[in-house]
Design a protein around this ligand. Structure first.
Ligand code: CU
Length: 273
């Protein structure tokens, strides 16, 4: 909050988010310099080639090598801003965490106009999924009913629950059109493309409780927004992220676990999913 542009950003609630904020300010600073440079150049050409000085239009090649040098310099600077900073530094931040035993794995299946959240359950392994099992009411993520690994899986609707200070890896896919998974407070934004599984990773650093205290609101939630115009009720494609303390998150997993699979219940009791 020391540098004033940062105070305009949403509350920061992830580990890598500060890097994204600094990058945003850096990119805007660079393009402001380029913008002012072009304005000065534009004003200069208006003056230099005014009609009083050049009564007849001329189409001669520019003289002097500095023009080519300047154009090449601007090209290099803009390529650096777009690809070096934007794609290189920015995009790499979104999937910087490699999946380890300590990483919570979640799948998010987007559809017009909802977010279906899929947890692997007690065994830590996702059941097989396939489009032929899609059922908007009973099986929104398309879990194969014959796959034993899917029996303990947990599916939620528009509600993503996460433990605080734990790396999470979310595999994103879509049933229909291109959506964009946007978690403003966690500085995550990634297009969701049918036929592809695209991972995003981050570490939430603030619980929902702390966020509500900060905002002075009992009901405020971290938001999931769709950031890609995806159809007629795109505006309603919202969800919430609840970030809980580890113990409360484990209790939530137990509460949500399908009741048939009683065998593995102890797994969740050791406080280390
Ligand atoms: Cu959408």
């Amino acid at each position: 909050m020391s540098f004033y542009p940062f105070s305009y950003f949403p509350t920061l609630a992830s580990e890598h988010g500060a890097t994204i904020d600094q990058l945003t300010v850096a990119i805007f600073s660079f393009i402001t310099i380029v913008f002012i440079g072009w304005l000065v150049f534009f004003a200069y050409t208006l003056f230099r080639f005014r009609s009083g000085k050049s009564p007849k239009a001329q189409a001669r090649n520019p003289r002097g090598r500095w023009v080519y040098g300047l154009a090449a310099g601007i090209l290099v600077a803009e390529l650096f801003i777009h690809y070096g900073l934007g794609a290189g530094v920015g995009a790499s931040q979104l999937s910087a965490i490699s999946p380890t035993a300590d990483t919570l794995q979640v799948r998010v299946v987007a559809q017009q106009f909802a977010w279906n959240i899929h947890y692997p359950g007690a065994d830590g392994i996702f059941g097989r999924t396939a489009p032929e099992f899609y059922n908007d009411q009973s099986n929104p993520v398309g879990i194969d009913p014959d796959d034993e690994l899917g029996k303990d899986d947990i599916v939620t609707f528009k509600q993503l629950y996460l433990p605080v200070n734990k790396p999470v890896r979310i595999e994103l896919t879509s049933k229909d059109v291109i959506h964009s998974f946007f978690l403003p407070e966690f500085r995550i934004k990634q297009d969701v493309i049918p036929g592809m599984e695209i991972p995003v990773t981050f570490v939430p650093t603030m619980t929902t409780e702390a966020f509500r205290k900060l905002k002075g609101s009992e009901t405020r939630d971290f938001e999931i927004a769709c950031a890609q115009l995806c159809g007629v009720t795109h505006y309603s494609m919202k969800g919430t992220v609840r970030v809980l303390e580890k113990g409360a998150f484990n209790a939530w997993l137990i509460e949500k676990a399908p009741t048939e699979s009683d065998d593995d219940d102890d797994f969740w009791a050791d406080d280390d999913f």
